[in-house]
Design a protein around this ligand. Structure first.
Ligand SMILES: NCc1[nH]cc(CCC(=O)O)c1CC(=O)O
Length: 309
């Protein structure tokens, strides 16, 4: 048990983005609870091997090492990018808090807006969701698969290897690279990944003291929005690399959810919206996912399986 004198140990990945977002959570938690928080850097599989990340599809590779440290008691809680958390429950782990969500939108980093890039411009992204939506916006551009952290991706633009890259606005903000942003995509143009821009605090489910303490930084409105989004993803049984975009937010006391599934060529997409009570985000997510499936979402996603990843 931690006492007020003993700092809480926060497990985090060691990248600049992860350390920055963990530092923000640590500060907010200290301010609200009076507890000191100490950051403990953890190397995850996803940080060690990029080849592995491609091979095993990415789901959970950034998350499992942190969960192992929670279960062994080496750290008290962990901070993840919610987007990187698999949708299924994890044995013995509690999702103790979802803090106020940052800007969920995607951003284009390059010399100009997407519409002003030259014909056949090379735009980098590794996400099938972004690939499909980019092709829907500009069928002439060449989408180039890339991996690596945000800095590495931005360097490819600086080096002239690519004309532009698409990254999450929230991540760019956390690493101090907003000056590189040429355009922020409105959700009408590009729906973000489920949970994008939000963070997740996890601890051991049997640590009721921690579950209660961490709730100090939970934001119910953000939690409702990302729960609706992640339920769509879960029902469509799509991993983090699936071409599923979502965006939920409270509008006039209702939770409004929009989701799309886009074929890999960008030519066909199914896009639907629904509103529901903010207290029942799972129901809203399930309903919208069912409607997407009724309209052929599984067939659109299935076609992706024949594509090289
Ligand atoms: N998969 C990597 C990842 N996980 C979370 C973010 C961005 C920050 C966020 O969504 O909270 C990123 C990078 C990106 O997509 O540009």
């Amino acid at each position: 048990m931690s006492t007020a004198r003993e700092p809480l140990r926060l497990g985090t990945r060691k990248s600049l983005m992860a350390m920055t977002q963990s530092g923000l959570v640590a500060d907010a938690l200290s301010q609200r609870t009076g507890h000191m928080v100490e950051l403990v850097g953890v190397t995850t599989q996803g940080d060690v091997s990029k080849a592995l990340l491609a091979q095993i599809g990415g789901t959970g590779v950034f998350v499992n090492a942190l969960r192992d440290r929670l279960l062994s008691g080496e750290v008290d809680f962990a901070v993840h990018s919610l987007k990187d958390l698999p949708t299924g429950p994890a044995e013995g782990i509690a999702l103790a808090a979802i803090p106020v969500r940052d800007d969920p939108r995607d951003a284009l980093c390059g010399p100009c807006k997407l519409a002003d890039l030259p014909r056949g411009a090379r735009v980098g992204t590794g996400s099938p969701r972004r690939v499909a939506q980019l092709r829907a916006l500009r069928s002439d551009i060449e989408v180039v698969p890339i991996r690596g952290n945000a800095d590495t991706r931005l360097r490819k633009v600086a080096d002239g290897e690519l004309d532009a890259v698409v990254l999450a606005y929230a991540g760019l903000k956390r690493i101090g690279r907003l000056a590189d942003v040429a355009e922020v995509f409105d959700p009408d143009q590009m729906l973000p990944a489920p949970g994008q821009g939000a963070l997740a605090l996890e601890c051991r489910a049997d640590r009721a003291d921690l579950v209660e303490l961490l709730a100090a930084v939970d934001d119910p409105a953000s939690r409702a929005a990302v729960t609706a989004e992640r339920t769509v993803l879960a029902v469509l049984e799509a991993g983090c690399s699936a071409p599923v975009g979502t965006y939920a937010a409270e509008v006039e006391q209702k939770l409004r959810l929009t989701a799309n599934v886009v074929g890999v060529d960008g030519a066909r997409q199914i896009r639907l919206s629904a509103s529901g009570h903010p207290d029942w985000p799972d129901e809203l997510g399930r309903e919208l996912a069912r409607r997407l499936l009724d309209q052929g979402a599984d067939q659109l996603m299935g076609e992706l399986d024949d594509e090289p990843r």
